[in-house]
Design a protein around this ligand. Structure first.
Ligand code: ADP
Length: 265
């Protein structure tokens, strides 16, 4: 469903696949209190593709996502996302960082829903307050998205009345409602009870099939193998190995990747 198709019901949909990278990250660097956390991270992702970012705890995966979404200010590197280029080493302006933030939306491990707002209010807050879009359109789009993820009838519920899996589906809907170019998922199933993981992964697989461009930090190697177009293995603030899942997960070349995968099996 294209965004310009006026006969289609209001719901955000991904852009058509493209040959050009939608996202290109070069030399991304970040230190916390003088300790380098990202040494020089390079990534590239075409429109409509899914990148799984894997690696040991502390390797810098979350920091990459937070820098891409400008939740964290990187110290150096150049990020191209859609039509925006930000040179993070060259003192970017607030407007440049906002432009980067506007093009992506993040789904967090612990959902980060506003506890005192309803599901509908959680989903519509960004489009209404930040994007200043018309209320009727935003509401219709939010209800349609909730219906699509099986949460129709829950618009007036509060997060604490829902399971973790339902809350994460709300958080995904909230991200989609921003009509981003890029979806960023930070271990979206790690905080869920095991029996709730499947639903969220199934929804993410569906989004991938629909053509959303996604970067997913995950320990779910089956998801990475089956859904991702590319896998990047990070260790010590660097992308150590990067390629198609069959190579990185099936025939890793780097000893550190081999060791990491052996520990998970
Ligand atoms: P991963 O997602 O791979 O587990 P993170 O990106 O969360 O790794 O963290 C990488 C390193 O950066 C870790 O050593 C972590 O402790 C550190 N770190 C992350 N965020 C902060 C912060 N806000 N302040 C200080 N250190 C941080």
């Amino acid at each position: 469903m294209s965004r310009t198709d006026r006969t289609a019901p209001a719901a955000p949909s991904p852009r058509p696949h493209g040959a050009q990278p939608l996202l290109r990250v070069r030399g991304l660097q970040k230190a916390f209190d003088g300790t380098p956390v990202l040494r020089s991270v390079d990534l590239e992702l075409r429109s409509g593709q899914v990148l799984a970012l894997i690696g040991p705890s502390g390797s810098g995966k979350t920091t990459v996502l937070r820098c891409l979404n400008a939740l964290e200010r990187a110290d150096g590197g150049v990020v191209d996302l859609d039509d925006v280029r930000v040179d993070l080493g060259a003192d970017p302006t607030r407007a440049q960082l906002d432009a980067l933030r506007d093009r992506s939306a993040m789904v967090f491990q612990h959902f980060h829903l506003f506890p005192h707002r309803t599901v509908l209010q959680n989903v519509t807050e960004g489009p209404l307050v930040v994007q200043r879009r018309p209320a009727a359109e935003v509401r219709a789009e939010a209800l349609e998205l909730l219906r699509r993820v099986g949460l129709d009838g829950r618009a007036d519920a509060y997060p604490h009345e829902m399971s973790g899996g339902q809350q994460q589906r709300v958080a995904i809907v909230r991200a989609l409602a921003l009509r981003p170019q890029l979806l960023l998922f930070d271990e979206p199933t790690s905080a869920l009870d095991p029996e709730l993981v499947g639903d969220v992964l199934a929804l993410m697989s569906e989004l991938a099939r629909e053509g959303w461009t996604m970067v997913v930090v995950t320990h779910e190697l089956t998801f990475a193998r089956d859904v991702a177009d590319q896998v990047a293995f990070m260790d010590g603030g660097l992308v150590v190995e990067h390629g198609v899942p069959a190579d990185v997960l099936g025939r890793p070349r780097q000893p550190r990747t081999q060791q990491f995968l052996r520990r998970l099996l």
